[in-house]
Design a binder for this molecule. Sequence first.
Ligand code: NAP
Length: 417
Amino acid sequence: MSASASAPAGTSVAPFRIGLLGLGTVGAAFDVLLSERADEIERFNGRRPVIGGVLTRSRGDFERILCDCDILVELIGGTEPAREYLLAAMRSGKDVVSANKQLLSQHGEELFETAREHGVRLRFEAAVAGAVPVVRVLEESLSATPIERIHGIVNGTTNYILTEMSAGASYEEALAEAQRSGYAEADPSDDVSGRDAAAKMAILARLAFGAPVHLQDVSYEGIEHLHRDDMQYARELGLGLKLIGTAERLRGGVSVRVYPAFLYGGHPLASVLGPFNAVTVESEAITEITLSGPGAGGRHTASAVLGDVVSVMTGGARPPAPPLALPLITDVESAFYLHLDVADHPGVLAGVTRVLGEREVSIRSVVQRGLGENARLVMVTHPVLESSMRAAVAELAEFDFVRSLPRTIRVIEEEYT
Ligand SMILES: NC(=O)c1ccc[n+]([C@@H]2O[C@H](COP(=O)([O-])OP(=O)(O)OC[C@H]3O[C@@H](n4cnc5c(N)ncnc54)[C@H](OP(=O)(O)O)[C@@H]3O)[C@@H](O)[C@H]2O)c1
């Protein structure tokens, strides 16, 4: 069935009419997938899902589509007019599905509140990790499990670039290859800056902890500043480098952040390569569960969107729960990798360890490479407050023998073997 088709003649039960906003990469794939799956969905559900109307910039009338549909699927992207369309649909009592992470991470509370007020469902599986069904697992399978922490690789572009870098490419070479292969956009800034992952982590934190976390509450760092050198040292230390999003309960509050991090080989996210996504959910009750799979692409994303539509058709989803007031914690503990370019003079190591000691940064391992003016100190610390590490690094940068800005990368120490 094409995007303009309706229910086949002779169908006795009224079709389930989908108002489709957007017919781009995901919208068009959704239309194709729906036509392939409609028979099967009708067979177990009793109603045939059909496209009731389509809106693009050049086609369709929103009011008419809204009036004629049982559910509205928003695949436009951006905040406006997507926000207005979703609010209007929910206010008129329609269930909605969206794949829009930017919108949910910036206006989630307004959307959730409207869904609650009008008793409708707001589904957004595709907004977090593409085809990886983490939203449903958190909302349903783990709804009785007190989640302590989520680590996620939720941006396939950066994971692809880091995978290429770990095989020896420079950042620039890896980015160019990602663009050639269709894994990175012409303007990759939202991905490589960590902002896309931050939006997804805000949504995951809201789901896992009930706290109204917005994109602006998430601190994020990207991968643009990473060096090939760091990847090489990481390999020697048995570490892999990933862009990790973390959402965790901490000191009575919640911390949500995105940052490049080294992982030991035994961490479930260490083996996630290329454009894949994965999310690890940790709780005392379950130890750890990892979900992984394709994180983007029209057909994969469309499959998550169609899953949401079917879940609404079968009455499986509830309106969102009200938010819980939890403070945001910004200064957290982490182990660090520290890379210093130093002149190899007597007293250098003593000077470095004195500054680290004064800031309560304790060293777990240290490697010295090179001689003379080209020496490098590469250290891994034990966990320390990020504010202490930042202060130590600022002080180290003042030494005459430190020849370029010290580089730090967080290290995730847990392994599940
Ligand atoms: N692409 C992926 O792999 C992926 C993965 C996960 C989530 N998502 C999310 O899925 C959503 C859609 O992404 P996409 O890649 O399919 O986008 P896209 O290819 O740019 O398509 C956007 C569609 O929305 C329509 N549109 C844009 N502005 C509009 C407006 N003001 N009024 C009416 N229609 C408008 C466009 O119309 P025209 O055809 O007239 O231009 C186009 O059909 C986004 O929220 C994105 O973040 C995408």
